[in-house]
Design a protein around this ligand. Structure first.
Ligand code: SF4
Ligand code: SF4
Length: 325
């Protein structure tokens, strides 16, 4: 019997949604399972890390890694899978860019610990105990992973071969990525396994976008009843479609929610948030500095709007953090 290629699926700092996205390919998953040997998938199969540690370097064809890296255990697993795998796929916005947990980089590790273990109204901690990496209980040493100062995207820790963005990636892209690996039809290393066009290019509302946008007021989506057929930007609602990679299936737009950028920057753009700032400057309809400042002040949560999924890899990451600390 021919030896099947080995595949690992693993979550690091993850909500579990990316693992569900793999299950969402339904019966296709059974066909994938016919063609590969899963050697690690903590959410679904009972393999242990020591099974992976005992493998030869490069013995795994593909490791599909979702979630960000925020502690020493996650870093150790990421490094182990890199060592044992020919290919590593960063799966989902957290692995690709840090994801929404990356917004925690706006605050410090100390502030997070103080809130979670001391200050939050629901906390009862009279002895002021904080988690320690090493502690002794009944003569036994207990070890916890070290919590890092910040959230990292996967490629800030290990070398990554391919990227599949989305929060989580849609099933059709998961299927095509799996097929590309199994059939050996992969694009050059470093590629994103998703369309290269901007979301606006395929958005049903694109025809309603005027040739020249002129925004006088910025509104938040919950403040208005957005017209479901008109481009959000034309309604003064920030939508990152012009700078975000398409391929998500427009599920947010379809339920009348503007794009927040979970697919990351469009091909050729390093930072979607930074690109949108420059695009915004050209579409704001304000003649005087004060007027411009007034409109910009209407963006209540600029980081949440522009870097919701990508703060750890953002051009502005240090600036935002300093301003908010
Ligand atoms: S990318 Fe989204 S679905 Fe996937 S782990 Fe991160 S938050 Fe969850
Ligand atoms: S800005 Fe948003 S709503 Fe407008 S066309 Fe682009 S994706 Fe669609």
């Amino acid at each position: 019997m021919p030896v099947k290629p080995k595949v690992a699926i693993c979550w690091l700092g993850s909500c579990g949604g990316c693992d569900e996205a793999v299950v969402d390919i339904n019966e296709v998953l059974l066909r994938v399972a016919d063609n590969v040997d899963f050697v690690l998938w903590p959410v679904a199969l009972d393999f242990k890390y020591h099974h992976v540690k005992s493998m030869k370097d490069g013995e795994i064809l593909l490791s599909v890694v979702n979630g960000h890296v925020r502690n020493s255990e996650q870093e150790e697993i990421a490094r182990l899978l890199r060592e044992k795998s020919q290919l590593v796929l960063a799966f989902g916005a957290c692995a690709c860019f840090g994801g929404t947990p990356g917004l925690a980089n706006l605050t410090t590790k100390e502030d997070i610990f103080n809130w979670v273990y001391r200050d939050a109204p629901t906390v009862v901690n009279p002895n002021g105990n904080y988690p320690q990496t090493r502690s002794h209980v009944n003569g036994k040493e207990l070890i916890l992973p070290e919590f890092y100062d910040q959230v990292y995207a996967l490629n800030q820790i290990i070398d990554v071969d391919y990227y599949l963005p989305g929060c989580p990636p849609p099933p059709y892209l998961v299927m095509s990525a799996m097929s590309a690996v199994i059939e050996g039809k992969l694009p050059p290393k470093g590629s994103t396994l998703a369309p290269h066009r901007a979301l606006c290019d395929t958005c049903k509302r694109n025809n309603s976008k005027p040739e020249r946008l002129a925004i006088k007021e910025i509104k938040r989506i919950h403040e208005v009843e957005a017209d479901p057929d008109i481009c959000f930007l034309a309604q003064g609602i920030i939508c990152l479609g012009p700078v975000t990679r398409g391929g998500c299936g427009e599920s947010c737009i379809d339920i009348n929610i503007p794009c927040r950028g979970c697919f990351g920057p469009v091909e050729g753009v390093a930072d979607a948030g930074a690109k949108f700032v420059s695009a915004l400057a050209s579409i704001l309809d304000a003649q005087y500095e004060e007027e411009l400042a007034r409109v910009i002040d209407q963006i209540v949560d600029p980081v949440g709007y522009l870097d919701r999924f990508s703060l750890p890899v953002s051009t502005f990451r240090n600036k935002w953090s300093k301003e908010s600390s």
